[in-house]
Design a protein. Structure first.
Length: 255
């Protein structure tokens, strides 16, 4: 497994995981040493377009990147995991967790994926979206679900498991990871992938309370943001009106 944190460091061993901080090396279409094998790419859920977009991963796979499975890693708000297992896409009330970017139900890019999986039929997709709006759910047919499963896998962690992964990673490598990254790593272990890459862009400093609970350390801000709390904050109140917001953006953009 390779954990990519989007920063340049030398490779080192973390447990039995080979750590590679060069994202381009793992995902470059011409990096033959990586592409000789079929990878499971573990991406963070959320709005289905988190910092790293799993739908973009699906497009890359269709373009030829040899990804065996795209793995949807999520917390207890696991609508996509449930859909993948049962074929039923059903929205429940969101539960607040220590991985807030995943505390949603309706995944905004899922409709785009459906369009592609369902033979690019706007009528079929529109019908399912109407069912979701009216009934809070829709069901995939057996063939539609099979198409979904051919490309994706999924897994989830609860809050306690997330904290445990942060602690385990720190104790074994002194690498501080955020709760969303912890979920991707945890899903790797739960699903026992042999060759997998967990993609992460979130910094642990964004979630100090969870990290402090896990390892007793307040993560430092990255250098680029170290003075952020000293900067002047500009807040502009606007009416809840599309026209006013559009006018403000147009005026300030032109200036």
């Amino acid at each position: 497994m390779k954990i990519l944190f989007g920063i340049k460091q030398k490779k080192r061993e973390m447990m039995n995981i080979k750590v590679d901080y060069e994202l381009k090396n793992a995902l470059d279409f011409h990096a033959k040493e990586y592409l000789a094998r079929q990878w499971a790419i573990v991406l963070l859920d959320g709005y289905y377009k988190d910092q790293i977009d799993i739908f973009a991963g699906y497009i890359a796979k269709k373009m030829g990147l040899p990804i065996h499975k795209l793995v949807i890693a999520t917390n207890v708000n696991n609508i996509l995991e449930r859909c993948l297992k049962t074929g039923m896409y059903e929205a429940f009330d969101s539960i607040q967790t220590n991985s807030p970017s995943m505390d949603i139900q309706i995944s905004s890019n899922f409709e785009r994926l459906l369009f592609d999986l369902l033979d690019m039929s706007p009528g079929v997709v529109g019908k399912k979206m109407s069912e979701l709006k009216e009934n809070g759910k829709f069901e995939l047919s057996k063939s539609e679900l099979e198409s979904f499963k051919n490309n994706f896998d999924a897994g989830s962690l609860d809050q306690a498991e997330t904290v445990k992964i942060i602690k385990d990673i720190y104790n074994k490598s002194h690498q501080i990871i955020d709760p969303h990254t912890a979920i991707a790593v945890g899903v790797h272990y739960k699903n026992s992938y042999e060759n997998s890459i967990a993609l992460s862009t979130a910094h642990a400093a964004k979630f100090p309370d969870t990290v402090m609970k896990a390892i007793g350390i307040n993560p430092e801000l990255p250098n680029i943001s170290e003075d952020i709390y000293k900067l002047h904050e500009n807040i502009i109140d606007l009416p809840n009106d599309v026209g006013d917001i559009n006018a403000f953006i147009t005026k300030n953009f032109s200036e």
